[in-house]
Design a protein around this ligand. Structure first.
Ligand code: AMP
Length: 283
């Protein structure tokens, strides 16, 4: 019997929808109900376990699951020996210090800092040689200054709106996080092979999301200027139009440089620019 790869995912929470969407976009087919704890993938040797995100590093380190998707902040805080295999680009947040709005002294020395991340915070304090008192709380950290149980806090922030609604202002970021795939450090060769196949599919989706396919028309004489604007994978595809003085140019452009590239292309003489999403991209 061939063994299956086991993947631990967050059952319910901020990372679960994006994690499940990624697997589905990678072509994995499975059915899940609200109450599922273990799900078999129909078209891949993969079993999905649904767990609390903070349990995932331990489950992967123990080998109960071979791989898992969770936040880097959780991996760092839990400290289990697992390998980070792939950054996934969602679940982005910063572990930041935050102070009461009217506080002018933003130093940490001798202050009481409330946090659910005592390990990462202690590492930061040690690194900076700061003597402060950590007040560990498992939730509702933002309320701690109002309750006078802490002078400031260290918590996860993405937009900052929760901080503002609790009368806090953001200070230094001490750890940047996003969702990652982590893996057990002693996978068998058979499981490593399955993991490689799964990663090929997942990376094809992640790379595709970061790029767009563009096609445009231009006068043939403008090709050198147009080519200079496209930081594509290789040189662009150029085809002739019926009118020999005109060409069609196609290329891939990274999402991050997309608008600046379009502006340059227009100046270089491109017109009728079509932009298409890419479903999968295998390099
Ligand atoms: P949950 O258990 O649903 O609260 O998910 C928590 C994980 O989602 C965190 O450990 C982070 O990795 C990630 N995350 C992303 N943005 C935020 C945010 N604004 N606040 C808390 N967690 C976040």
């Amino acid at each position: 019997m061939t063994s299956k790869l086991t993947l631990a995912l967050q059952k319910k929470g901020r990372l679960s929808d994006d994690s499940l969407n990624l697997l589905r976009q990678a072509g994995l087919s499975f059915e899940m109900t609200e109450r599922s704890l273990k799900v078999s993938v129909r078209n891949f040797d993969l079993e999905i376990l649904l767990l609390r995100s903070s349990d995932i590093p331990e489950i992967v380190a123990d080998g109960v699951a071979d791989i898992g998707i969770t936040g880097q902040n959780i991996v760092e805080e839990e400290g289990y020996p697992v390998s980070e295999i792939e950054k996934l680009g969602f679940g982005k947040c910063s572990l930041s210090l935050a102070f009461p709005e009217n506080e002018s002294d933003l130093s940490l020395a001798n202050k009481r800092i409330a946090t659910s991340y005592p390990v990462i915070l202690q590492q930061y304090l040690d690194q900076k040689n700061i003597d402060a008192q950590i007040v560990p709380l498992s939730g509702s950290v933002e309320i701690a200054p109002k309750l006078k149980i802490a002078d400031c806090i260290c918590d996860l922030v993405s937009t900052g709106s929760t901080l503002r609604s609790n009368g806090l202002k953001q200070g230094d970021v001490i750890f940047e996080s996003q969702a990652v795939i982590i893996g057990n450090e002693n996978l068998s060769d058979e499981k490593k092979e399955l993991l490689e196949k799964l990663l090929l599919r997942i990376k094809a989706v992640l790379t595709a999301k970061k790029n767009k396919y563009i096609i445009m028309n231009a006068e043939r004489k403008n090709l050198p200027q147009i080519e200079a604007c496209i930081p594509g994978l290789k040189r662009p595809t150029v085809s002739s139009l019926m009118d020999e003085d005109f060409i069609s140019v196609a290329s891939v452009v990274e999402e991050d440089f997309f608008w600046s590239t379009i502006e340059k292309l227009k100046k270089a003489g491109a017109s009728d620019i079509l932009v298409l999403p890419i479903e999968k991209m295998i390099l």
